[in-house]
Design a binder for this molecule. Structure first.
Ligand SMILES: [Zn+2]
Length: 175
Protein backbone atom coordinates (compact mmCIF):
# COMPACT_ATOMS: atom_id res chain seq x y z
CA UNK A 1 0.00 0.00 0.00
CA UNK A 2 1.22 3.47 -0.78
CA UNK A 3 1.94 5.99 1.93
CA UNK A 4 0.41 8.91 0.05
CA UNK A 5 -2.26 11.09 1.63
CA UNK A 6 -5.57 9.31 2.32
CA UNK A 7 -8.29 9.69 -0.31
CA UNK A 8 -11.73 9.93 1.27
CA UNK A 9 -14.28 9.06 -1.40
CA UNK A 10 -17.88 10.21 -1.36
CA UNK A 11 -20.16 7.41 -0.17
CA UNK A 12 -23.22 6.89 -2.37
CA UNK A 13 -26.54 7.14 -0.58
CA UNK A 14 -29.72 5.21 -1.41
CA UNK A 15 -31.55 5.49 -3.83
CA UNK A 16 -28.46 6.00 -6.02
CA UNK A 17 -28.99 3.37 -8.76
CA UNK A 18 -25.35 2.21 -8.63
CA UNK A 19 -26.10 0.67 -5.20
CA UNK A 20 -28.57 -1.71 -6.86
CA UNK A 21 -26.25 -2.97 -9.60
CA UNK A 22 -24.22 -6.18 -9.42
CA UNK A 23 -20.46 -5.56 -9.34
CA UNK A 24 -18.07 -7.19 -11.82
CA UNK A 25 -15.64 -10.00 -11.02
CA UNK A 26 -12.04 -8.71 -10.71
CA UNK A 27 -9.96 -10.46 -13.36
CA UNK A 28 -6.54 -9.23 -12.24
CA UNK A 29 -5.18 -7.42 -9.18
CA UNK A 30 -3.68 -4.38 -10.90
CA UNK A 31 -2.92 -0.79 -9.88
CA UNK A 32 -6.57 0.21 -10.32
CA UNK A 33 -7.74 -2.53 -7.95
CA UNK A 34 -5.02 -1.66 -5.42
CA UNK A 35 -5.98 2.01 -5.61
CA UNK A 36 -9.69 1.28 -5.08
CA UNK A 37 -8.82 -0.95 -2.11
CA UNK A 38 -6.74 1.82 -0.54
CA UNK A 39 -9.54 4.35 -1.08
CA UNK A 40 -11.96 1.95 0.63
CA UNK A 41 -9.60 1.59 3.61
CA UNK A 42 -9.19 5.39 3.87
CA UNK A 43 -12.90 6.12 3.40
CA UNK A 44 -13.87 3.53 6.02
CA UNK A 45 -11.38 5.03 8.48
CA UNK A 46 -12.99 8.45 8.03
CA UNK A 47 -16.34 7.14 9.33
CA UNK A 48 -16.61 6.63 13.04
CA UNK A 49 -17.46 3.04 14.10
CA UNK A 50 -17.64 1.87 10.49
CA UNK A 51 -16.78 -1.85 10.24
CA UNK A 52 -17.04 -2.40 6.50
CA UNK A 53 -17.38 -0.87 3.06
CA UNK A 54 -17.84 -2.24 -0.45
CA UNK A 55 -16.56 -0.78 -3.74
CA UNK A 56 -20.07 -0.06 -5.16
CA UNK A 57 -20.59 2.33 -2.22
CA UNK A 58 -17.91 4.60 -3.70
CA UNK A 59 -19.29 4.14 -7.20
CA UNK A 60 -16.85 1.42 -8.34
CA UNK A 61 -18.70 -1.65 -9.64
CA UNK A 62 -15.96 -4.18 -8.84
CA UNK A 63 -16.09 -7.06 -6.33
CA UNK A 64 -13.85 -5.54 -3.62
CA UNK A 65 -14.74 -5.16 0.07
CA UNK A 66 -12.98 -4.10 3.26
CA UNK A 67 -14.07 -5.31 6.69
CA UNK A 68 -12.44 -4.58 10.05
CA UNK A 69 -14.41 -5.34 13.21
CA UNK A 70 -11.35 -5.46 15.48
CA UNK A 71 -12.26 -2.33 17.48
CA UNK A 72 -16.01 -3.00 17.69
CA UNK A 73 -17.36 -4.07 21.10
CA UNK A 74 -19.74 -6.65 19.55
CA UNK A 75 -16.92 -8.53 17.83
CA UNK A 76 -15.88 -11.70 19.65
CA UNK A 77 -13.93 -12.99 16.69
CA UNK A 78 -11.81 -10.83 14.36
CA UNK A 79 -9.28 -11.35 11.61
CA UNK A 80 -8.25 -7.67 11.72
CA UNK A 81 -8.48 -5.71 8.52
CA UNK A 82 -9.66 -7.88 5.64
CA UNK A 83 -9.25 -6.51 2.10
CA UNK A 84 -11.05 -9.07 -0.05
CA UNK A 85 -11.33 -9.36 -3.81
CA UNK A 86 -14.04 -11.56 -5.35
CA UNK A 87 -15.25 -12.80 -1.92
CA UNK A 88 -17.63 -15.75 -2.14
CA UNK A 89 -19.34 -17.57 0.71
CA UNK A 90 -18.59 -21.28 0.33
CA UNK A 91 -20.26 -22.57 3.47
CA UNK A 92 -22.64 -21.23 6.11
CA UNK A 93 -24.34 -22.45 9.22
CA UNK A 94 -27.07 -21.32 11.60
CA UNK A 95 -29.01 -18.09 11.50
CA UNK A 96 -29.46 -15.10 13.76
CA UNK A 97 -31.25 -11.77 13.58
CA UNK A 98 -29.25 -8.65 14.38
CA UNK A 99 -29.49 -4.89 13.96
CA UNK A 100 -27.43 -3.42 11.11
CA UNK A 101 -26.63 0.04 9.85
CA UNK A 102 -25.17 1.08 6.51
CA UNK A 103 -23.22 4.15 5.34
CA UNK A 104 -25.48 4.24 2.27
CA UNK A 105 -28.64 4.33 4.42
CA UNK A 106 -27.73 6.97 7.00
CA UNK A 107 -31.29 7.47 8.27
CA UNK A 108 -32.15 3.90 9.29
CA UNK A 109 -31.10 0.65 10.90
CA UNK A 110 -32.75 -2.72 10.24
CA UNK A 111 -33.06 -6.17 11.76
CA UNK A 112 -31.51 -8.62 9.33
CA UNK A 113 -31.29 -12.41 9.41
CA UNK A 114 -27.79 -13.71 8.62
CA UNK A 115 -25.90 -16.98 8.86
CA UNK A 116 -24.13 -17.29 12.22
CA UNK A 117 -20.98 -18.91 10.86
CA UNK A 118 -19.53 -18.64 7.39
CA UNK A 119 -16.53 -19.77 5.39
CA UNK A 120 -15.58 -17.60 2.46
CA UNK A 121 -13.07 -17.74 -0.33
CA UNK A 122 -11.44 -14.61 -1.71
CA UNK A 123 -8.29 -13.24 -3.32
CA UNK A 124 -5.96 -10.89 -1.40
CA UNK A 125 -4.14 -7.85 -2.73
CA UNK A 126 -1.03 -10.04 -3.11
CA UNK A 127 -3.12 -12.26 -5.46
CA UNK A 128 -3.03 -15.19 -3.02
CA UNK A 129 -6.21 -17.16 -2.39
CA UNK A 130 -7.59 -16.82 1.09
CA UNK A 131 -10.13 -18.83 3.10
CA UNK A 132 -11.75 -17.15 6.09
CA UNK A 133 -13.96 -18.93 8.61
CA UNK A 134 -15.65 -16.74 11.16
CA UNK A 135 -18.80 -16.26 13.17
CA UNK A 136 -20.99 -13.72 14.92
CA UNK A 137 -20.48 -10.03 14.27
CA UNK A 138 -17.56 -10.46 11.85
CA UNK A 139 -19.55 -13.01 9.81
CA UNK A 140 -22.48 -10.58 9.78
CA UNK A 141 -20.32 -7.67 8.57
CA UNK A 142 -18.85 -9.82 5.78
CA UNK A 143 -22.29 -10.97 4.62
CA UNK A 144 -23.49 -7.33 4.63
CA UNK A 145 -20.57 -6.19 2.44
CA UNK A 146 -20.80 -9.16 0.03
CA UNK A 147 -24.51 -8.30 -0.38
CA UNK A 148 -23.43 -4.84 -1.66
CA UNK A 149 -21.56 -6.60 -4.50
CA UNK A 150 -24.89 -8.06 -5.64
CA UNK A 151 -26.82 -4.80 -5.25
CA UNK A 152 -28.57 -6.01 -2.09
CA UNK A 153 -29.18 -3.57 0.78
CA UNK A 154 -30.45 -4.12 4.32
CA UNK A 155 -33.77 -2.67 3.12
CA UNK A 156 -34.05 -5.73 0.87
CA UNK A 157 -33.11 -8.13 3.69
CA UNK A 158 -35.46 -6.81 6.38
CA UNK A 159 -38.37 -9.23 6.78
CA UNK A 160 -40.94 -6.40 6.89
CA UNK A 161 -41.28 -2.65 7.33
CA UNK A 162 -41.62 -3.30 11.07
CA UNK A 163 -37.96 -4.42 11.09
CA UNK A 164 -36.73 -1.02 9.82
CA UNK A 165 -36.04 1.72 12.38
CA UNK A 166 -35.20 5.42 12.15
CA UNK A 167 -31.64 6.07 13.32
CA UNK A 168 -31.68 8.09 16.52
CA UNK A 169 -29.50 11.16 16.16
CA UNK A 170 -27.64 12.53 19.15
CA UNK A 171 -28.76 16.02 20.13
CA UNK A 172 -25.81 16.63 22.42
CA UNK A 173 -23.77 19.68 21.61
CA UNK A 174 -20.48 19.06 19.87
CA UNK A 175 -21.54 15.79 18.24
ZN1 LIG B 1 -23.77 -1.24 3.82
Amino acid sequence: MSSSAPVIRKVLVYPDPRLKQPAAHVERVDDTVRSVAQDLVDTMAAHNRCVGIAAPQIGVLLRIIVVDVSSHPKAEESHGRLVLINPRISDSEGSAIGREGCLSLPEITANVKRAERITLKAVCLDQKNLDVSTSGFEARALQHEIDHLDGILILDRAASAAEIFPRVKSTKKGQ
